[in-house]
Write a protein that binds this ligand. Structure first.
Ligand SMILES: Nc1nc2c(ncn2[C@@H]2O[C@H](COP(=O)(O)OP(=O)(O)OP(=O)(O)O)[C@@H](O)[C@H]2O)c(=O)[nH]1
Ligand SMILES: [Mg+2]
Length: 378
């Protein structure tokens, strides 16, 4: 089976990522968060007598290496991220819309131009129709209204601030294990998102276990382990290529239960030789994790730069388990932020997080008003 490894970051990419993360955390994080909590070093896990009856023998529980525990990083508090990071979002279509809208008394040509601008920005046909209808209705009700205010309100309507975008992973100290599975096609940023999410959770004082259920190559688990070590979170992984991903997922869930951890995050593979194989594998992962802790979140990771194509590919994931949220990555790498407007309507689930860079703290809870304001140049 041909395996494309082009997504693996080279050493220099990895180094840049790590250095960038350290700069962000050292320079901005401590100053902004107003607290400087160090994640406590974790003790070695108690050995279990039943020795993971269902686990594959190749699965190991990897602790953060002893020498890296001292260097565990303190992630930036979550509240500040969107405001700081939205400046990086390279979206310009909101400003183009505003420029057209400010012409006043819009002709059919102006409306056509608005439509074209929206479609070019990946807003998609359905969300474009919705937005234009909303704008027309608002303009009719308020012919002399401030164009900016009208446009802002219509964009917000489509983004829908009323949707619940919180992670359904319980509350700190509620004594339960909450699990989340992260899915998506290859290269969209699943592993990076699991790492960043672990940091978000650690910043909220949650105890976390990561499961590396992408077992195609050891490099995939290595990548996750690096993220885990940075915030002092244990990673359960296999050490041979091609181990059974569901066994790793089960072992991770079992480890999380044994450790009385609060959150289990499972990273999955995005590639198999055929769609059915991938869906079967993900279905099995969901089933075995459910035996320990039914997933409260099945997060679909989507790469914003792939636009409508990514959406088409993403639809199949909902067939494995009901998706609960979208993480839209690489929003920093596109001027077509319109995908944010398209994606919820198309997939029927809210965007919960956005990835705004490769840095460790470049994951922010999605803020509808903040997003619309950044589109309109606030
Ligand atoms: N600019 C930018 N890059 C990102 C973002 N999220 C992830 N990346 C980069 O995208 C590349 C792929 O990320 P991975 O996390 O390895 O993607 P994956 O979905 O796990 O890939 P597979 O395991 O091959 O399916 C890496 O170089 C990441 O640093 C983001 O929000 N912005
Ligand atoms: Mg991956």
């Amino acid at each position: 089976m041909p395996v494309d490894i082009s997504w693996i970051p080279g050493d220099s990419d990895l180094l840049v990522t790590i250095v960038a993360g350290l700069v962000v955390i050292g320079g901005v994080g401590a100053a902004l968060i107003g607290r400087n909590r160090q994640a406590p070093p974790r003790e070695a896990p108690p050995r279990r007598d039943d020795a993971a009856a269902t686990a594959a023998p190749t699965v190991e529980e990897a602790e953060a290496p002893e020498e890296t525990v001292e260097a565990v990083e303190t992630p930036e508090a979550v509240d500040h991220r969107f405001g700081r990071l939205r400046r990086r979002v390279g979206t310009t279509f909101g400003q183009s819309l505003l420029a057209i809208f400010r012409r006043g008394a819009l002709s059919q040509d102006d409306w056509d131009e608005l439509e074209e601008t929206l479609l070019m920005a990946d807003v998609g046909a359905a969300a474009t129709d919705e937005l234009l209808a909303d704008l027309k209705a608002r303009l009719k009700a308020e012919p002399d209204g401030d164009p900016r205010a009208l446009l802002r309100a219509a964009l917000l309507d489509v983004v829908d601030p009323a949707l619940d975008r919180s992670l359904a992973l319980g509350a700190p100290g509620d004594g339960e294990l909450h699990s989340a599975i992260v899915v998506g096609v290859n290269g969209v940023g699943k592993t990076t998102t699991v790492g960043k999410l672990a940091r978000v959770l650690v910043a909220e004082d949650r105890t976390v276990v990561l499961g590396a259920a992408d077992t195609f190559r050891a490099a995939a688990a290595d990548q996750l382990e690096t993220w885990g070590a940075r915030v002092g979170v244990p990673v359960v992984r296999a050490h041979v290529d091609g181990a059974d991903p569901a066994s790793v997922a089960y072992e991770a869930a079992d480890r999380a239960r044994t450790d009385a951890a609060e959150v289990l995050l499972v990273d999955t593979a995005g590639r198999l030789q055929n769609k059915q194989g991938l869906m079967d594998e993900l279905g099995k992962i969901v089933r075995v994790v459910s035996k320990v802790s039914p997933p409260k979140e099945v997060l679909l990771v989507l790469d914003a730069t792939t636009g409508q194509n990514g959406l088409t590919q993403a639809r199949v994931f909902g067939q494995v388990a009901p998706l609960t949220g979208i993480v839209l990555t690489k929003l920093d790498g596109t001027a077509k932020g319109g995908i944010v407007l398209a994606v919820q309507g198309e997939l029927g689930v809210p965007v919960k997080f956005v990835g705004l860079g490769e840095g460790a703290d470049d994951l922010a809870p999605f803020d509808p008003a903040g997003f619309v304001d950044s589109l309109l140049g606030e």
